[in-house]
Design a protein around this ligand. Structure first.
Ligand SMILES: NC(=O)C1=CN([C@@H]2O[C@H](COP(=O)(O)OP(=O)(O)OC[C@H]3O[C@@H](n4cnc5c(N)ncnc54)[C@H](O)[C@@H]3O)[C@@H](O)[C@H]2O)C=CC1
Ligand SMILES: O=C(O)[C@H]1O[C@H](OP(=O)(O)OP(=O)(O)OC[C@H]2O[C@@H](n3ccc(=O)[nH]c3=O)[C@H](O)[C@@H]2O)[C@H](O)[C@@H](O)[C@@H]1O
Length: 439
């Protein structure tokens, strides 16, 4: 099939390269000309494992093309997939400006039989609004399909090639069958629903996962007070098949480009529809609280953070991505600086993006070793493999004090007990002291 993908962010690019990989002819379009010039040379615009190789395998051969002209991709396409951003407005609701513009940019070149697919995460009713916009402004009949995306950053290619399910929301049997046919080589379970149900499935899934994280963080905070260990509790809960072990990792809260904005968008939708949004309000409040938890632990430990030097290990919102959108490291670094501390941060991939947000308010180390030097304490923020595998016992010998605040529960008791000296604070677990410093 001939397919146009509009938007080359995480979703558009992963979708485009994977559809090319399974044999379709795909043109990915973006208004960002610089991005397109790089992509034409095989250079991805962000760090995502495996995506560069997939582009190089397919680009400019017979299957995968990049262009900044909507006409190039949309004219003659059987299917047009929209994957532009749907960020949050100041009031938390979803901003559809990019989506509307992408529809306006594409509509003039839509063929009679083209199917218009919205993959971006959108409020319920948006697909119908876009269909009406195209029909009234361009006098064109168009078949619209909602096809939400469930990939995770850091494993975007794997998730796109091996989805748990593909959701196709459509009111037209031929259109839904054609989209199912497009995905057939993936051999994934396909769920066909109404357009509104498909739109709702996406928000309900993200808000559920975010709520599961807030729930385990709430349990973790309780564990600290009652002397239980949240990892044992999560394991005990997760072995119940009805609960599942996924998304029960307690930590410093969820971040990223989607959970924070999608929970708030669903909250806004609840309010608009007169449904009490209390449950989701608690999810958000718990997450905001959790993002401050390491700083509170440090304040309790040191009383004042003035002139202390703190190493922040990890900046991105999760490992295997350089994305800094809504990363818990941002409020944490800002809070530490406000309290008078000097912050030196290390991240294997995200420093260039962190600098756009935190600028020179903090320092940046080129290695884990450099961050540890003379530090009064170490904060573990993102569980990159390089960080969880580090020789913490040895590295602490170069720090001023062997004090660690681990926001991701990276180390087991054995590794901590092997250290000559450490004061180890984690999330939802007892504090471990091995020959702690005197001050
Ligand atoms: N990032 C993720 O992991 C996931 C995101 N989603 C959803 O997918 C959508 C896209 O998210 P991301 O890929 O993160 O977006 P992004 O913000 O990283 O990228 C969007 C791209 O669209 C381009 N664009 C904007 N207007 C355009 C237009 N008129 N024509 C052509 N290109 C245009 C932008 O230049 C940008 O490159 C959002 O609705 C998001 O909620 C869903 C699942 C996973
Ligand atoms: O709509 C989206 O954009 C995507 O949002 C999430 O994917 P993503 O944000 O890439 O990453 P996750 O692995 O879900 O992690 C999100 C945040 O939750 C945190 N998290 C995750 C799991 C956990 O157990 N504990 C926890 O604190 C992570 O550290 C991270 O900050 C969903 O998992 C995807 O299914 C969805 O498609």
């Amino acid at each position: 099939m001939k397919i146009a993908v509009i938007g080359t962010g995480y979703v558009g690019l992963s979708t485009g390269v994977c559809l090319a990989e399974i044999g379709h002819t795909v043109t990915c379009i973006d208004i960002d000309q610089k991005k397109i010039q790089h992509l034409q040379k095989g250079i991805p615009p962000f760090y995502e494992p495996g995506i560069g190789e997939m582009i190089m395998n397919n680009v400019n051969k017979t299957k995968l093309f990049f262009s900044s002209s909507h006409r190039d991709g949309v004219a003659g396409a059987d299917i047009v997939i929209i994957a532009v951003g749907t960020p949050q407005r100041e009031d938390g609701s979803c901003n559809l400006t990019f989506l509307e513009q992408a529809a306006i940019d594409s509509a003039p070149y839509l063929e009679k039989e083209s199917i218009f697919v919205i993959k971006s995460t959108v409020p319920i009713g948006t697909n119908e609004t876009i269909q009406k916009l195209i029909e009234s402004r361009f006098q064109k009949k168009v078949q619209i399909v909602s096809n939400p995306e469930f990939l995770r950053q850091g494993s975007a290619i794997f998730d796109t090639m091996h989805p748990d399910r593909i959701v196709i929301g459509s009111e037209n049997k031929d259109a839904s069958e054609k989209i199912a046919e497009m995905y057939r080589p993936l051999n994934a379970p396909i769920l066909i629903t109404s357009i509104r149900s498909a739109e709702m499935i996406k928000y309900a899934s993200n808000a559920f996962l975010a709520t599961k994280i807030s729930y385990i963080n709430y349990i973790a905070n309780l564990c600290e007070q009652v002397g239980a260990d949240v990892e044992d509790v999560a394991q005990g809960m997760g072995t119940d098949k009805r609960i599942s072990p996924a998304f029960l990792q307690a930590g410093i809260g969820y971040g990223g480009s989607c959970f924070p904005k999608d929970v708030k968008a669903l909250l806004a939708i609840s309010k608009e529809n007169g449904i009490n949004p209390g449950l989701l309000q608690e999810t958000v409040a718990m997450n905001e609280h959790q993002q401050t938890i390491l700083v509170s632990k440090a304040l309790q430990r040191f009383q004042t953070l003035k002139e202390k030097r703190f190493a922040l290990l990890g900046l991105s919102f999760k490992p295997e991505t350089d994305d800094m959108r809504e990363a818990p490291s941002i409020p944490m670094a800002k809070q530490l600086v406000e309290l008078g501390a000097e912050v030196i941060a290390y991240d294997p991939k995200a420093v260039h993006n962190a600098k756009k947000i935190l600028g020179s308010t903090i320092k940046y180390a080129d290695s884990i070793d450099e961050a540890f030097l003379h530090a009064d304490a170490i904060f573990i923020v993102t569980e990159w493999g390089e960080i969880t595998n580090m020789d913490i016992g040895n590295l602490l010998k170069t720090a001023k004090s062997p004090i660690v605040f681990d926001g991701r529960n990276c180390f087991d008791e054995k590794k901590i007990k092997a250290c000559d000296s450490i004061e180890y604070y984690s999330i939802g677990k007892p504090v471990l002291f091995i020959n702690p410093p005197k001050n």
